[in-house]
Design a protein around this ligand. Structure first.
Ligand code: FE2
Length: 410
């Protein structure tokens, strides 16, 4: 029986509502109350802000290695297939091949964990990731169907667009696919293809969409489909991203994703800041903090058809929390400006998975299998053994590899 407890003393960002000096009671794996305290109460550090744990709508957990692989000599790609060509001939891939797939998945899971992410989608077919998902320290969603892309040069993942999409509708899952990641005629016909196949609806999570016309955006909005916006990856590969202002204005359910670090930002916290930077560069306006926060919480929860479980702090939902030491007084701006070292505590379904060692009692009480690490001089408890993993990776590649998404001292 999992012990009940409460957290108190923090500002709770639900994110629809801000609750100052709030309390949150956890029973089993769910939020029992946003008012009551339990007999076992943990008073958080004064000034802490508490959010729903972040959701990374799009990653490739086989590919989160560094340095990035991209176009050379100031050139940019016409479509994603040119990147695939460069990847295959890259010495980085040769180095990455020295570590096991399991180690790669663990690294990727920690990339996400150390940036406040508890839920992520791994955009690979089930047969690639199913045996690995139970080994990972965060939630990697298993209930999805997919296509790789919707063009003649896609990688033929899954059982085909129509079968995969119909399966998603029958089961209440998302149907996830890259779409219009390029500028040749075929890359830009992704929405037409989905519409012709009768597969454009609110199960769709469409990744990148940089080739969308204004009409495509309106069709996607009318269908209720979601868009995974990965600005760092788009700018790195194509020097352009989707028409994000138009998408927001039309009311598209936009979510921010990192893509893999082979092309995207180091992690989701950096991606959020990059999204704001790109928006400013494109439109000369600030993308507001509340919208950015929703793009990594409530919006992806809806995209994944998991809005009854994750994405906001409400009674009855999973107790998935991200607590930080804020750099800004505004709660939305505080999350936008948060860095890895600002994380105070993270909880997945009521069990702490990462946090300051002063909360060690909670890790023990909920029987989390944890180790301790040092992050910028601060002792932290973390689920699993990321320091041991990094050591094994360094042994495998034969030198002291540094991966910027692992904030471990030494
Ligand atoms: Fe991708």
């Amino acid at each position: 029986m999992l012990p009940t407890y409460s957290l108190s003393g923090m500002t709770i960002v639900t994110p629809a509502e801000i609750i100052r000096n709030g309390r949150l009671k956890v029973e089993k794996n769910r939020i029992k109350s946003l008012q009551d305290a339990a007999k076992f109460n943990v008073e958080l550090e004064a000034g802490t802000f508490c959010y729903p744990a972040l959701i990374n709508v799009h990653d490739h957990l086989r590919g989160d290695y560094l340095p990035r692989i991209g176009p050379q000599n100031g050139d940019y790609y016409l479509n994603w297939s040119y990147w695939e060509r460069d990847l295959r001939s890259s010495p980085v891939l040769e180095e990455r091949a020295k570590i096991s797939v399991e180690q790669m998945y663990l690294l990727s899971a920690y990339k996400n964990l150390f940036s406040g992410v508890v839920t992520v989608n791994d955009h690979f077919p089930h047969e690639f990731n199913e045996p690995l998902i139970p080994l990972l320290p965060i939630r990697v969603i298993n209930n999805y169907t997919l296509a790789h892309e919707c063009s003649s040069f896609d990688l033929n993942w899954g059982d085909g667009i129509e079968i995969e999409h119909n399966r998603a509708v029958e089961r209440g899952y998302p149907f996830i696919t890259h779409l219009e990641e390029g500028f040749d005629k075929e890359s830009q016909s992704g929405v037409d293809i989905l519409e012709k196949l009768n597969c454009l609806d609110d199960h769709d999570v469409l990744i990148h969409c940089i080739g969308f016309s204004d009409q495509d955006i309106q069709r996607v909005q009318r269908a209720g489909a979601s868009v995974a916006w990965c600005p760092a990856s788009n700018i790195f590969m194509f020097n352009v991203t989707c028409k994000i202002q138009k998408m927001i204005a039309e009311g598209v359910n936009v979510c921010i994703g990192t893509d893999s670090t082979a092309t995207g930002a180091v992690n989701l916290l950096e991606e959020i800041r990059f999204a704001r930077y790109v928006y400013w560069r494109m439109y000369g306006e600030e993308l507001d903090g509340e919208t950015l926060v929703k793009m990594v919480t409530v919006h992806p929860a809806r995209a994944f058809w998991m809005q009854d479980k994750i994405g906001s702090l409400e009674e009855g939902k999973y107790a998935d929390m991200l607590c930080i030491r804020p750099r800004e007084s505004d709660p939305y701006e505080a999350l936008v400006s948060a860095r890895m070292e600002d994380i105070e505590l993270m909880v997945q379904e009521g069990t702490p998975i990462y946090g300051d060692a002063k909360y060690e009692q909670l890790f023990r009480r909920r029987e989390c299998d944890y180790t301790t690490v040092t992050v910028q001089g601060r002792k932290m408890c973390v689920k699993g053994d990321p320091a041991g993993l990094l050591e094994r990776v360094r042994r495998a590649v034969g030198f002291k590899k540094v991966l910027d998404y692992l904030p471990l001292d030494g």
